[in-house]
Design a protein around this ligand. Structure first.
Ligand code: SF4
Ligand code: SF4
Length: 360
């Protein structure tokens, strides 16, 4: 099935506020049938509130535009959530700036629902009860690269953003790992020096650790070790993505297609995820805002808009080199960003066929 993906482009006809993105976004929400979606309903907006000194998350004006439109459409209630809202006020997200309460899904009072997964070692997932208890889920995502998932879009916002650390850990465990044999290790540090991504270290207790957000499974560390103290236990990125897809499937099936909506902001498209607590220059020029009723379609459309020929060199850290791959994000992170969408399509939860509808 061909899904509609609405696109508010960056290009403005002439310089008037009514031609800029917040106003285009308002028109897009009307076109996409927001009123029918939210009227009389309890609405959960899931977004990534960032961390630390990051400054490239979604600007509050877009959150406020969405919240105001939901209120005008006579929703019963609306709240904005993330795994943790801690520190979000310092980054500009306040009830005053976004017109809605901020809710932490986890931490004190953050109950979860246990959902059987039965996929290899991924026995069960915990998913936020607060989010699942809403009538309507609006997934407001910021597109960016992601060291572990390849990219961050709508799918990652659900799978990694509506589950606690214990469930995320189970999904990551499916990726396979790098095993360190302490008895063989001579602490020569060659593995650390050879890692092009600063993804490994010896911790305070002298134990070897891999930082999976940054690791690209290049295995330089393994090859560099003269003692054969590091060995690989497989590169199961596809299993990791399958696990994410199964969590997403549960969430989408729980709400039903008529009660979910996706908006992705394609501005400040950085190399790494907002969870790093810092920001860097954009990889490509800003690309506007997308919206769709279909998660797979919006993630595919987002990826298709990010083109390598538009790469801004300052967006790539100086110690990075581009590798092989079918997409710029894959050349940066070594992970195929299309795997998740294909898995969801196979599970019956989305379409990679889409048609762009430009909103002026
Ligand atoms: S596999 Fe590559 S990226 Fe990962 S820790 Fe080893 S050297 Fe670093
Ligand atoms: S290269 Fe091998 S021996 Fe040297 S510190 Fe790393 S794991 Fe230990």
């Amino acid at each position: 099935m061909t899904e509609i993906v609405y696109h508010c482009t960056e290009k403005i006809k002439h310089l008037e506020a009514s031609n800029t993105l917040p106003k285009k976004m308002e028109r897009m929400l009307v076109d996409a049938g927001l009123e029918k979606l939210v009227k009389g309903k309890k609405v959960c907006i899931k977004m990534h509130l960032g961390g630390g000194i990051g400054y490239t998350t979604i600007h509050p004006v877009f959150v406020r535009t969405l919240v105001d439109a939901i209120k005008q459409a006579k929703a019963k209630s609306v709240f904005v959530c993330d795994g943790s809202a801690k520190g979000a006020e310092d980054r500009g997200y306040t009830k005053r700036s976004i017109h809605a309460p901020l809710v932490s899904l986890f931490g004190p009072g953050g109950k979860t629902v246990t959902v059987p997964m039965n996929f290899k070692s991924f026995d069960a997932a915990e998913i936020s009860k607060k989010a699942l208890d809403a009538d309507v889920l609006i997934v407001l995502s910021h597109l960016k690269g992601h060291g572990d998932c390849g990219f961050g879009g709508a799918g990652k916002n659900i799978a990694m953003g509506m589950t606690p650390g214990s469930t995320r850990g189970k999904m990551h465990a499916l990726e396979g790992s790098i095993k360190w044999d302490e008895a063989k290790c001579k602490k020569c540090n060659k593995c650390i020096q050879e890692c092009p991504n600063h993804a490994n270290k010896f911790n305070d207790k002298g134990k070897y650790e891999t930082f999976w957000h940054a690791c690209k499974y290049c295995r330089h560390c393994i090859l560099a070790c003269p003692e054969k103290a590091l060995t690989t236990e497989g590169n199961n990125f596809d299993d990791f993505q399958e696990a994410m897809a199964r969590v997403i499937k549960h969430v989408l099936d729980h709400f039903g297609k008529e009660n979910v909506f996706f908006i992705t902001i394609l501005k400040n498209i950085t190399v790494y995820c907002d969870c790093w607590g810092m920001s860097s220059a954009s990889l490509v020029p800003d690309l506007g805002i997308l919206a769709s009723r279909d998660l797979v379609a919006i993630d595919k459309a987002s990826l298709d808009l990010v083109k390598e020929e538009n790469l801004i060199q300052d967006g790539i850290p100086g110690d990075y080199t581009l590798g092989e791959g079918s997409h710029l994000f894959e050349k940066i992170h070594g992970k195929n960003p299309f795997v998740l969408g294909e898995a969801l399509k196979r599970l019956g939860n989305g379409s990679t066929d889409y048609q762009i509808k430009i909103v002026d």
